[in-house]
Every structure is written in C-alpha cells, then in structure tokens.
Design a protein around this ligand. Sequence first.
Ligand SMILES: [Zn+2]
Length: 185
Amino acid sequence: MDIDELVQLVKKYQINPHFRDEEVSFRCCELALSALLSGNYGVGAVLLDADGQVLIEEKNAVFSTQFCSSAHAEMRVLDRYEACFIKEYPAAQLKLVVSLEPCPMCLSRILLSGIGIVKYVVEDVAGGMVSHMSRMPPAWQNLASLQSFYHAHVSPELRQLAKELSQHNLTYLRTALLQQRSNGA
Ligand SMILES: [Zn+2]
C-alpha cells in the first residue's frame, strides 16, 4: 500500500462506536500517519487522565530535524508528562494508548514511569516487548505487576489500519537507521 492510499484510508475511516477504545486509538493512528508523512516510523501515542481526557499526544520523531534514537512516541509522551504534569496527575491513575505494541526501550520506560494502564492497538511481532514480559528481569516484572497491559478494544478494521501504518516504509527506515549508526548525521 502506498502512502496516498494510507492517507485516504485514514481520511475515510469511520469510528466504530461499538468498541470502547476506538476513538483514542484512531487518534493514535492519525498521529502515526503524521509521523510517517514527516519521514518517521508510523506510531502515535496518547496519554489520558483518570476521566479519559487527553493530556498529551505524541508521535514518533526519530528522524526529525536531528536524529534522536529515543524519540519513540511513548518516550516523548513520558518526557512531557514528567516535565509538565507529574505533580498534578499521579501516574498510577493515567492511561497510555499506543498504536503499536511498545518496544523493549519503551516498555522499560513505561514500567519505570508507573503509568497505570497501557493499551496498544496492534502487536509488533518483530519488535514488541509486552508479549514477552515474562522474559524481563525479576525486578522489572515486579514493577509490571502494579500496572495493566491490554490490547486496545477496537474494530478489526482499525487494528489493520494501525498495522499498515506501523509497517509502512519499514525497509527504508531500517536502512536509514543503519546508515545513521555507521556514518553519523
Ligand atoms: Zn519504542
């Protein structure tokens, strides 16, 4: 699927009200598309307060202006949360929704942050770590026992859209990452 088709898919998507995480998950997909359009990985994340109000929205920005290996959507959300919201909004009461299953780096950060509930729209078979929680070291698993991780409750169509967004341009992005590692900026 080329990028124009993805843009059209997102544009025409009808939110299905039968699925309780559909709206916020679709917002993650819109952010993921925006990330793709600026040359980054197609992943978006939203942090919600205890009432379900949006506190922070972020998207992947690894290849924006200056290369930043940690600029995954979840890391950027947590950076902003800890800089601006942590006193007012205790982490255990918050919910993080991500379009793609968090990677090892982001999962570790999520465990340290103490965000109460984490939901992801589609699993990442090649790079996701939540599915492999039992392989985290014991102290990290202990942190995880205080948090809840779920698949977001969304329609199959939205899950497929999140998958398409996360997989788009992967070969190019992998080459760019490897080039960055060998040659610098
Ligand atoms: Zn990550």
